[in-house]
Design a protein. Structure first.
Length: 223
């Protein structure tokens, strides 16, 4: 595991989250680790952002309806505690988990969702790919195709889970679900636009964007 100490927040009034890179990590142990971190944290616990990829896994949100899983095709299905319906994780998808004290950052859930979306939108813009969020269905879209999915769990004012950004992966498993509960929703990935940047490099770009936007938000609301 590689841990990155960010210098972005050194001149700020708040300590930037510690960034950790886990490489390829099984879903359930990672989820359990997020919950344990959140349960044990105190007011003094430093926030963290985890970057990683998962082996092939479907995750079903708290209110997830079983009819949105059409055929698991042998892929494990994990029922979890984030919001939203069903989505897919697999190699080549970059996942960022944000373990934050929302009160510390003076940010609410809607603002954090928009911030995560903006981090992905900013990365896509560097490749001249125009993308946007949607009020009715959180995530990032290029045209009508979803390229990043979001989900959060809030517990005692702290959050975990985060954003999953499709970079260079096998998209076939999406054919066997209604992604995020939307029948016929198209999905896409960075590779489909001719981008060959490795997922590991995208992890670092995403970490930098999230840190920069979080610190900018805190600075703005603290004026």
């Amino acid at each position: 595991m590689k841990t990155q100490e960010s210098g972005i927040g050194n001149q700020e009034s708040i300590l930037a989250p510690r960034v950790k890179f886990f490489g390829m990590a099984e879903y359930e142990p990672t989820w359990n680790a997020m919950r344990t971190f959140t349960q044990r944290r105190s007011a003094a616990t430093r926030d963290e952002i985890w970057l990683l990829q998962h082996p092939a896994t479907y995750t079903q949100g708290q209110a997830g309806l079983p009819e949105h899983l059409l055929n698991a095709r042998g892929i494990p299905v994990v029922k979890i505690d984030r919001g939203g319906q069903i989505t897919y994780h697999g190699p080549g998808q970059v996942v960022a988990y944000l373990l934050l004290d929302l009160r510390r950052w003076k940010i609410n859930v809607r603002q954090l969702v928009r911030l995560m979306e903006q981090a992905v939108i900013n990365i896509l813009a560097t490749y001249n790919i125009s993308a946007q969020g949607r009020e009715d269905a959180p995530g990032v879209y290029v045209g009508d195709a979803k390229i990043a999915a979001l989900g959060l769990k809030i517990k005692h004012g702290c959050c975990y889970h985060g954003v999953a950004f499709n970079v260079d992966m096998d998209l076939t498993p999406y054919d066997f679900i209604n992604p995020c509960g939307y029948k016929g929703l198209r999905v896409t990935q960075l590779k489909d636009f001719g981008v060959t940047t490795a997922p590991g490099q995208i992890e670092e770009l995403l970490a930098t964007q999230l840190l920069t936007l979080l610190l900018a938000h805190h600075k703005e609301v603290s004026k």
